[in-house]
Design a protein around this ligand. Structure first.
Ligand code: THG
Length: 262
């Protein structure tokens, strides 16, 4: 499982404050903690203030790269932010994200081609976010065709069927999982930010980790999560053992010995 740390996001008040006061130490500590907890990549989102999004993103990238050797997941709907961020990112960043909306992919896919990077495709189009697994899957196949016109191979793509809160629409979590299953049957890579599932409910972490375990069994390849949630990280390790992805349960046992199973 590719674990992407979600904490560097200006929608979180502590991060917003650190960006406004240019508190580099705070950000760098958050990066080191996520890496230490098992994040393999760091998501960076500075979208809470659109007026300063580009500058904030470039500042964040600089100080994150000063703190740790870890690939970045550049998280913005804004093409100008994505382009400038890709220029500053060391190594190969993951571009988060593009959709099947023409006005967006026309600008963003050429950047992916230029930087030869992996890219997250959100399964939404001009009509918005689809409700069923079938519609999500259909948008994914359309996006695959669009990307192939830009000579971007499907191995570069991670499809995100978009998690919606179970509190407002009870069928949606299963529609999401059904979409993962259909995508995996075509050999596509899948990704999700899980924590939307628990929006509006108490004990969010219980829902997040239960949903993540279920998504693992449907073949989810990557997730954007809080790696400091040790019970969630433990659920990933346990799921991997149960699914037969962990030979001799080596990683499970190592996590246990390191005192990491919560
Ligand atoms: N798909 C893709 N990118 C994404 C998302 C997605 N990027 C943004 C988001 N969703 C994933 N990132 C976050 C970052 C922070 C929070 C949720 C998702 C968040 N944090 C709360 C906090 O820190 O206060 C609470 C977390 C908790 O209760 O555990 O809400 O879906 N491609």
């Amino acid at each position: 499982m590719l674990i992407i740390g979600e904490r560097i996001n200006t929608s979180r008040p502590d991060i917003k404050r650190a960006v406004e006061t240019k508190d580099a130490n705070f950000i760098q500590e958050e990066v080191r903690r996520q890496k230490e907890a098992g994040a393999l990549m760091i998501d960076v989102n500075s979208g809470s203030n659109p007026d300063t999004e580009v500058d904030d993103m470039l500042w964040l990238i600089d100080i994150i790269q000063e703190a740790a050797e870890i690939p970045l997941c550049i998280d913005s709907p804004n093409f100008a932010v994505l382009e400038q961020a890709m220029r500053s990112a060391r190594g190969r960043a993951l571009l988060n994200s593009v959709t099947a909306e023409k006005s967006r992919y026309e600008k963003i896919l050429p950047i992916c081609k230029e930087f030869d990077c992996d890219i997250i495709c959100l399964t939404m189009d001009e009509k918005g976010m689809p409700a069923t697994s079938k519609e999500r899957f259909e948008i994914a196949t359309i996006m695959m065709e669009i990307c192939s016109k830009y000579q971007i191979s499907k191995d570069r793509l991670y499809f995100d069927p978009l998690v919606r809160p179970v509190s407002s629409e009870q069928g949606q979590a299963m529609e999401f999982l059904g979409a993962i299953k259909m995508m995996k049957s075509l050999g596509l890579k899948t990704i999700a930010g899980l924590s939307n599932v628990s929006f509006g409910l108490p004990k969010r972490r219980l829902l997040n980790r239960t949903f993540l375990s279920m998504a693992c069994s449907y073949g989810l390849d990557a997730c954007i999560v809080d790696p400091l949630d040790s019970t969630l990280m433990s659920a990933i390790t346990a799921s991997s053992a149960i699914l037969g992805h962990d030979n001799y349960c080596k990683e499970y046992l190592e996590a246990f010995r390191a005192g990491k199973l919560g």
